[in-house]
Design a protein around this ligand. Structure first.
Ligand SMILES: C[S@@+](CC[C@H](N)C(=O)[O-])C[C@H]1O[C@@H](n2cnc3c(N)ncnc32)[C@H](O)[C@@H]1O
Ligand code: SF4
Ligand code: SF4
Length: 389
């Protein structure tokens, strides 16, 4: 029941096309349970189509990586080919992210290709270019848009994101989309929760709840495989912060029913007791989702834990059915990955699946952390590095 509820919530956020989602999800699940060869691709794919960005957020170095990298982003031609291949393989949802997707000149061409290939399209954006491209977004039938917002106050937002006028631009973009859309895209705002920002979450929710179709909170964290998600020492919670955080956050969860789920319940565990999180949830990456970086590298998950191929010289099927992918699936199934993260460990798929299959991760395996640089998942593939081809 909870799985159906979670999936329905997921569908509401990411759009319809539920038959395709259902078939792909069922195949992913059977692949996991029976160790069979997958028939369909993963339920969803996150694609960072460029690390370039017009903003300079305090906890994200994507813009810097995008600016300094000598490697070109995957070409339009290769990107479109891969999109078509994912469509044929039954991928349900393609999430375009970055960097800032709208900075890439051919971005809307890629969106069009994805819609033509039968996939739902979701876009993560800082919102700066939403107003400029609103009509095209609606015309292309984009299913959902998630706009990153830090606050209900423009000054706070622009300061955290170190970008002048960003709050004004994203607000106008959201209003324009709402004005011209018939139904789609669904518009969510996503706030990053950290040591400072959780204190303004209530005001944030009150301000945004009538202006957006949904609100998502996400914990600020350090990336594992790449130095893109970064945190200064001041941003990190200290043990002493737990009592205050728990009090504040549980009050919020009582007040807002959409926060009444495991994902939000585990925020405190993620911030203050990752060992516990690791013991509680199993990972399903490589079965239900994949990640592609701007240079065409394909990973089992958003934390770039295992590089399983590259679309510059492999077809999607060659990667999905390749030996490296099979090795990752085997390790994930056996629970020998030594990492933990919040989105997949406590995301809708994992919470529900962990209830169905239990957590079979190996006891005592050490966590791999960004600062500790402990490497735990070896798949006969080089570990990630953003300069790698
Ligand atoms: C990397 S951004 C790319 C899309 C777009 N530029 C944006 O800002 O939404 C995707 C999401 O990652 C979030 N993010 C960036 N750095 C983070 C960090 N250190 N911890 C958690 N989330 C982070 C952003 O706030 C955004 O919601
Ligand atoms: S979070 Fe998004 S907007 Fe901010 S620097 Fe990173 S990619 Fe750019
Ligand atoms: S638990 Fe590890 S392998 Fe699984 S999604 Fe999180 S970081 Fe990736």
């Amino acid at each position: 029941m909870s799985l159906i509820k979670e999936l329905d919530a997921f569908r509401k956020v990411h759009g319809g096309n539920f038959t395709r989602a259902g078939i792909t999800f069922a195949d992913n699940m059977v692949t996991y349970a029976l160790n069979k060869k997958p028939w369909r691709g993963p339920l969803y794919v996150d694609w960072e189509i460029s690390y370039k960005c017009n903003a300079r957020c305090t906890y994200c170095d994507s813009w810097k990586v995008g600016m300094e990298s000598k490697i070109p982003d995957v070409s339009t031609e290769v990107a479109k080919k891969t999109i078509r291949e994912m469509g044929v393989r039954g991928v349900w949802l393609l999430i375009f992210t970055g960097g800032e997707p709208f900075v890439r000149p051919d971005f809307l061409e890629l969106v069009k290709e994805a819609k033509n290939a039968g996939m739902n399209v979701s876009i993560n954006t800082n919102g700066f270019f939403l107003k400029r491209d609103a009509q095209k977004i609606v015309d292309l039938g984009v299913d959902s848009i998630t706009v990153s917002v830090e606050s209900h106050e423009s000054e706070v937002h622009d300061t955290v994101r170190r970008t002048k006028n960003l709050f004004k631009m994203l607000s106008e973009g959201i209003e324009e989309l709402k004005r011209i859309r018939k139904q789609k895209p669904a518009i969510k705002v996503r706030m990053e929760i950290g040591r400072d920002s959780y204190k303004r979450a209530k005001a944030f929710i009150e301000y945004w709840q009538d202006k957006a179709d949904g609100i998502v909170l996400q914990p600020i964290h350090e990336g594992i495989g790449k130095d893109i998600f970064v945190m200064s020492e001041e941003m990190k919670f200290k043990t002493d912060d737990k009592t205050e955080f728990d009090k504040e956050f549980s009050l919020l969860a009582k007040q807002y029913s959409w926060m009444n789920n495991q994902y939000y319940q585990e925020f405190s565990t993620f911030f203050f007791d990752k060992e516990e999180l690791y013991k509680k949830f199993k990972c399903y990456s490589g079965f239900f989702y994949l990640q592609i970086d701007p240079y065409g590298n394909v990973y089992n998950c958003t934390e770039y834990i295992a590089n399983v191929g590259n679309i510059l010289h492999q077809s999607f099927d060659e990667i999905w059915y390749g030996q490296k992918m099979n090795n990752v699936r085997k390790m994930i199934k056996e629970g020998t990955n030594t990492c933990v993260c919040h989105y997949y460990c406590t995301g809708p798929v994992n919470c529900s699946m962990s209830k169905v299959f239990g957590n079979t991760r190996k006891d005592g395996a050490m966590l791999r952390t960004h600062s500790g640089k402990k490497i735990g998942l070896s798949v006969d593939a080089p570990m990630s590095n953003h300069e790698q081809r």
